[in-house]
Write a protein that binds this ligand. Structure first.
Ligand code: CMC
Length: 428
């Protein structure tokens, strides 16, 4: 017999089916609530709302657990590479050696972008923020790759998926090169995904570029850590855009736009700016006091998370990666790292942060790591977008393949003026 829960709303008692997932909290299925009671639920920010059923990523925020298709993030980051995680997110299982080789080959063969797009890039101001360039140029892919925008055709969906994962590094590197006034570097197919990206960012045509394998591995791990994160704001944006039948390139562009905000992916840029602003360990107490002051809008960037009320498991791996990268580059005295380590120590013991369960999140250490690798602050969120693209597209794919999928259409609590008659200009 199926389980139900009872809701008592005013003088009405309604029975709602309770659905259980494989792990995690059950949900009350309220789809019929309006037809039975004439009431909607009200949940701004969706703090108690499951917007879909998904088999891709599971988070236990209280325990600090993150699983992709059941596999802990720590194990994926330690043993696999980014494209393996991509395969896993898209298809549900870890690839065999042959499947992995085939997937890598297919992605690699899609890394070039339409030559006309270089002209498209040159329409931007040189000083444009690379995220602005990414929002526009990823959206523009639908203008250049019309033959993979018909979402009702499974083959076109596969091609669009491959294209978007493969072309993101090329476009991200182009956004960077354009900004600094250097020529675009074409992808090189004998390099792995992340080494190729490093080369497209940091090589110049006049000399050979040798990829540092330790940095490449570290960046690849950073990509794994950012690959997917359940129904976060940008992923929900992609799903909502996709629910209307929009093409995948347009949906990913919408996801990039959402990611840009400082409460989401923009936090890595904001966290590094904050560490620079704090400047030295002596200034930390002043900033901690600001963060705790209710009348001050300042927040410690890189701290807190909507879902994690424990240490973000990605932040732990990120901190380790950060130390590895600084070690490899021989950076012994990075004042920003000193500030970060001390800030983390203080915040983890401060009553305000402990009580509100505000732990460092992934963005806390990623900025220091990316800066040490040579990326400017403005590229941080672009790198997040590059890696999250696979999560977005996997979630989009899952939604499109779900026969019960329908357009997302939330309702509202209307608090505006009730019906009134138009007043002519002269009588106002
Ligand atoms: N510094 C100081 N106080 C904070 C912070 C912070 N970073 N984060 C939350 N709080 C306080 C907040 O003022 C509130 O206090 P009160 O209950 O007294 O009003 C309480 O903690 C709960 O905060 P909230 O804003 O209601 O929680 P939320 O779940 O809506 O917000 C968040 C989550 C990530 C937006 C927020 O913690 C934040 O703004 N953090 C800084 C930005 C950041 O690092 N974002 C990256 C998130 S991880 C990467 C990603 O997913 O994109």
């Amino acid at each position: 017999m199926s389980e139900t829960g009872k809701f008592i709303l005013g003088d009405k008692t309604v029975e709602m089916p309770v659905k259980h997932g494989s792990i995690g909290p059950a949900v009350a299925d309220i789809a019929k609530l309006y037809s039975q009671t004439g009431m909607f639920t009200y949940d701004p920010g969706f703090t108690s709302t499951a917007s879909c059923e998904s088999k891709i990523t599971y988070i236990d925020g209280d325990e600090g657990v993150l699983l992709h298709r059941g596999y802990p993030i720590e194990q994926l980051a330690e043993h696999g590479d980014f494209l393996e995680t991509c395969y896993l997110l898209l298809y549900g299982e870890l690839p065999t050696a042959n499947q992995k080789a085939d997937f890598d080959y297919r992605i690699t063969r899609h890394t070039m972008i339409h030559e006309q797009m270089a002209k498209f890039f040159s329409g931007f101001r040189r000083d444009a923020h690379p995220m602005a360039v990414m929002v526009a140029s990823v959206g523009a892919l639908s203008a250049f790759y019309h033959d993979s925008t018909d979402i009702s055709d499974p083959q076109q969906r596969v091609v669009a998926t491959m294209r978007i994962i493969a072309k993101m590094p090329t476009m991200a590197a182009m956004a960077y090169k354009y900004n600094i006034g250097q020529p675009f570097i074409y992808p090189k197919n004998d390099l792995d995904y992340t080494s190729n990206f490093l080369r497209m960012c940091f090589a110049v045509p006049c000399e050979e570029y040798k990829v540092n394998p330790i940095l490449s591995r570290a960046l690849d791990r950073i990509f794994i850590l950012h690959a997917d994160h359940e129904q976060n704001a940008s992923t929900s944006t992609v799903r909502l855009a996709g629910s209307s039948g929009a093409n995948p390139f347009a949906c990913i562009a919408a996801g990039i736009a959402c990611l840009w905000g400082p409460a989401h992916g923009g936090a890595n840029e904001a966290a590094l700016k904050m560490l620079s602003e704090i400047g030295s360990v002596e200034n930390i107490p002043k900033y901690i006091a600001k963060a705790k002051d209710k009348n001050d809008p300042f927040r410690l960037m890189g701290f807190g998370h909507r879902v994690y009320k424990n240490y973000d498991p990605r932040a732990k791996i990120m901190a380790k990666t950060c130390h590895e990268v600084l070690g490899e580059l021989g950076i012994k005295d990075d004042p920003l790292l000193d500030v970060a380590v001390e800030l983390e120590r203080i915040a983890l013991h401060d009553e305000y942060f402990v009580e509100k369960k505000l732990y460092p999140n992934i963005d806390f250490y990623s900025g220091i790591t990316l800066k040490a690798m040579g990326f400017p602050v403005s590229m941080f969120t672009v790198l997040f977008a590059l890696a999250r693209t696979v999560g977005w597209i996997a979630q989009w794919k899952e939604m499109i393949e779900d026969p019960s999928q329908k357009i997302g259409r939330p309702r509202q609590l209307y608090t505006g003026a009730p019906k009134r008659d138009y007043v002519k200009m002269g009588s106002r």
